[in-house]
Write a protein that binds this ligand. Structure first.
Ligand SMILES: [Zn+2]
Length: 256
């Protein structure tokens, strides 16, 4: 069982890091979490075969988290995929994701494999496969944009996840907006925490780490400015904590 960081950059495109994404290998299933711009190259960079991926979980519809999806499906076809591909997204985004794929001329009868876009509901456990499930809870990341949607067409769903892998709980904050989002699963036992750092301060994150008490905290979604604030942080932490707080990098592999 492994968690592998495929990309660890913020929404700012970088030559040093690909956009934020990671792969969970449960032993029998490979779940990719987020698939933003450049995900196919990011996977190549990590020597992950495209058709190694069984399912893709989408946290929200910002381009650094989902726009790599059609290009990745094309790569899967070109690599003669036969196994079905599952895409999991919030129920409010399902029709859009299906349309996005369709409008990219990716027709199921031409792909050679089945595409299953499946909806998850907030706060309901979703079984992915034996020993792998997740629960989504809506955070406030997109709330500040609601007033800009004059035609009121958008869902503004952005999820944080508790991903359960063979009895271990991984809390992935996803992209958030403020400190309270860090406590969205505070009623649950959390073994590993994966948090973004772009939209919160390091002090807020360390407070949450001390309150939630995961075995390890992995910090991702790092811009160059975020990198600076995280490296400054690690000098300030007591040694015992410093071992537990890790700035993620593309290719970092963590045994679960
Ligand atoms: Zn982002």
């Amino acid at each position: 069982m492994e968690l592998k960081f495929i990309g660890t950059s913020s929404g700012k495109t970088s030559l040093k890091r690909y956009h934020s994404s990671f792969l969970i290998n449960s032993g029998s299933y490979n779940l990719l979490v987020d698939a933003g711009d450049g995900i196919s190259r990011a996977l190549l960079n990590q020597k992950i075969l495209f058709n190694f991926i069984d399912g893709i979980l989408i946290s929200h519809l910002h381009p650094d988290h989902y726009t790599g999806l059609p290009a990745l499906i094309v790569q899967m076809k070109m690599n003669e995929r036969k196994n079905p591909l599952y895409i999991f997204c919030d129920e409010s985004n399902t029709e859009f994701i299906k349309e996005f794929i369709y409008q990219s001329y990716l027709f199921e009868d031409k792909l050679g494999f089945k595409l299953n876009v499946q909806s998850f509901q907030q706060d309901k456990n979703f079984e992915v496969s034996d020993g792998l499930s997740f629960t989504a809870r809506q955070n406030s990341h997109l709330e500040r944009n609601i007033s800009s949607d004059k035609s009121r067409r958008l869902s503004f769903s952005c999820s944080s996840f508790l991903i359960k892998v063979n009895g271990k709980n991984i809390f992935f904050t996803g992209d958030i907006a403020e400190q309270k989002d860090l406590y969205i699963f505070r009623d649950m036992i959390i073994d590993l925490m994966v948090s973004e750092i772009t939209h919160i301060t390091t002090e807020e994150l360390i407070d949450a780490f001390r309150n939630i008490k995961p075995q390890r905290l992995y910090i991702t979604h790092l811009s160059e400015e975020d990198e600076k604030k995280v490296s400054k942080l690690s000098y300030q932490l007591p040694t015992a904590e410093r071992r537990k707080v890790v700035a993620a990098f593309d290719g970092l592999s963590v045994k679960i």
